[in-house]
Design a protein around this ligand. Sequence first.
Ligand SMILES: [Zn+2]
Ligand SMILES: [Zn+2]
Length: 364
Amino acid sequence: MTNAREIITKAAVLYGPKELKFESWKLPPLRPGHVLIKVTSANICPTDVRKYWGYTKLPVPVILGHEGAGIVEGIIDEDSNIREEDKVWIRPIIYWCGLCKYCKRGAINLCEKMVALGFAGGSVEVGVKLQQDGMLGLFSEYTIIPKHALIKLPKSISLEEATFIDPLSCIVKAMEDSRLSEQDQVVVIGCGPMGLLAIQTAKIKGAEKIIAIEPIEERRILASQFGANYTINPDEEDVISRVIELTDYGADVIIVSTGGSSQAENIGLAIKMAAKGGRINIFAGAYPKQDISVDPNLIHYKELVITGTFGYTVRHNYIALELIEKRNIDVLSIRRPILPFEELEYGFKIYGKPPALKVGLAIV
Ligand SMILES: [Zn+2]
Ligand SMILES: [Zn+2]
């Protein structure tokens, strides 16, 4: 019986900044409601990279990784929805309370008690407890996941493609939060993996015009291939006057997806280039912590709406799955390079440096 079998997994364990070791970890016996997953494919996320370099404090040892998919290898309460050998995507949000003000609205991503896999969000103390219970981050060959955090994948979608349900769900929600509609002229600032997904999604949603702002030429070329009508190199052109020239009135929707140290500056630019009634989405986190100084009259007189997007709800996962399944969004071209699991540390080091985009791991 699966539950009686002792499972030893090979996992990438972080013991402190830049201290990553591959170790064998023993998983506890499987319990009802939980599923043993053989992780086959994972992606590195900037939140993992920040933890590797030590920018985010964590109790150690920790096993990171929250974007991935795998195969059901053990389950003691099989039912028609989930069986052994099913291909599944793993929702990193593995716990939400269902009782708080935010859960009542369906916003599980904002739940006061939300906990994400691989220390990707929520209480670190609970994260440690989950890790002890075998719910390891996805930089591990095996993990134990509660059933409710799985989506069974259709045959037509590969496990590699499925790793993008997490980032694409965030983009789907960002487009909703920005109330993107067909007449909109959209600007995407920053064409890393998320920006490139945003461009494709805006195109599918019928945006009238898409303008990509990105200093790296290689990424501007990709932005054009994925549907941007115009690209702007901010190192060579004045982005505000160029956006006004291309849109006449300014941009209706601006997705600020640079993150990192330039995030605050780019939000300032977005406020200036927005059309009246424009919506600005702060999609990525700003690290290190930074302040923005804006002219409040621009927000007042232009009636701007500034939104933030962090995570998603279950509904967004199914929309993302459908977009990938219908091949409306090309995710595999953004997944590069794909490294063997053992080269995870190299993946952390090259993350954010072209030609790398969303760095993938083949864990099998
Ligand atoms: Zn992530
Ligand atoms: Zn809640």
